[in-house]
Design a protein around this ligand. Structure first.
Ligand code: TRP
Length: 329
């Protein structure tokens, strides 16, 4: 069985794109693999959150993933900063990471360009910490989006370098976990492209009814079909795609027919879409809030996850220390 590790950013709430994309796949993934899911709170310090913000965002992220179906009995779900072995492995890996190669990563170069007044060493060594996250469980696979591919490549490089340096075959080279066909792309509400956090075109699982209605009513459309059976333009196709995820088939068919006969009224379609999104999201939102307010449950989950993660992490570190030559007299 493969060991699969997923790192979750500690900031940012889940939107429908995450829900139908990554989260759905995580739930399937945890049935078939030995999965570790963790919230990357050390990494978030590169941007200096206040202590309250740090704590609250970790709590929200954990509540959202539990509400959407990550199962603490099937996987190890933990908070990065609960595992002290990670920073120790990070220190050791840093000795074999070259400043030059770290400076050349795209994400670091972007930071240097966009925030020249805060180029901290944590940013430079971000890929090393990420490699420590991955290698601490000797993970075989890591699900990553496009923006994290280079970081995963660095993790492979550090794994290979360690193995080579100490003439061992200790760390597997972590490969991307490929969802293949299963990766549903959810469009945003701004006419083109995917739903995403930075694009600001998303509907969040914790959005209230009013917010959802407002966002959907503002979605980009066009001036409408002029000939029967004309091709559906992208912004409208996107609304149909969203509808097919949350509405009854008969509803989708109804509006498709209206479109084909040029009788569609986008206002009506959006109203229906908003109500169906609300119907879909409400039970999830309620569950998130319930879990978010249940400190005892969250604490139990985090403790159980940390115990599982520590078991694997301490074994790795024991081996690594031995390999490097930190030995008892
Ligand atoms: N850098 C990842 C992100 O921004 C989060 C992350 C941290 C991660 N450590 C990881 C992802 C290890 C995968 C594996 O999304």
């Amino acid at each position: 069985m493969d060991t699969v590790l997923s790192g979750i950013r500690s900031t940012g709430n889940l939107h429908l794109g995450n829900y139908f994309g990554a989260v759905k796949n995580f739930i399937k993934m945890q049935e078939e693999n030995n999965c570790y899911f963790f919230i990357a709170d050390y990494h978030s310090l590169t941007t200096y959150p206040t202590p309250e913000d740090l704590h609250n965002s970790v709590k929200s992220v954990l509540a959202e993933y539990l509400a959407t179906g990550l199962d603490p009995n099937k996987s190890a779900i933990y908070v990065q900063s609960d595992i002290r072995e990670i920073p120790e492995l990070y220190l050791l890996l840093n000795m074999n990471a070259y400043v030059g190669e770290l400076e050349r990563t795209t994400s670091f170069k972007d930071k240097v360009r966009t925030q020249p007044n805060n180029v901290n060493a944590g940013l430079l060594t971000y890929p090393v910490l990420m490699a420590a996250d991955i290698l601490i469980h000797r993970s075989h696979k890591v699900p990553v989006g496009k923006d994290q591919e280079q970081n995963l490549e660095m993790a492979r490089k550090f794994a290979k370098r360690f193995n080579h340096m100490y003439k061992v075959d200790y760390f597997p080279e972590p490969q991307p976990y490929n969802f293949g066909e299963d990766l549903v792309k959810v469009p945003g509400l701004d006419g083109s492209g995917k739903m995403g956090k930075t694009a600001g075109n998303g509907i969040y699982l914790i959005d209230d009814d009013k917010t959802i209605r407002k966002k959907v009513m503002r979605a980009v459309t066009d001036s409408g079909p002029t000939k029967p059976d004309s091709e559906v333009a992208e912004p409208i196709q996107n609304l149909f795609t969203l509808m097919s995820l949350v509405s009854e088939t008969s509803t989708v068919d109804f509006f498709k027919e209206k479109y084909a006969s040029c009788e569609i009224r986008y206002g009506d379609m959006k109203k229906q879409l908003a109500e169906d999104i609300i119907k879909f999201v409400t039970p999830i939102r309620e569950k998130i809030i319930e879990i978010r307010n249940n400190n005892k449950y969250l604490r139990d989950v985090a403790e159980l996850g940390a115990e599982k993660a520590r078991q694997s992490a301490s074994k790795t570190l024991k081996d690594v220390r031995e390999i490097i030559g930190f030995r008892k007299f």
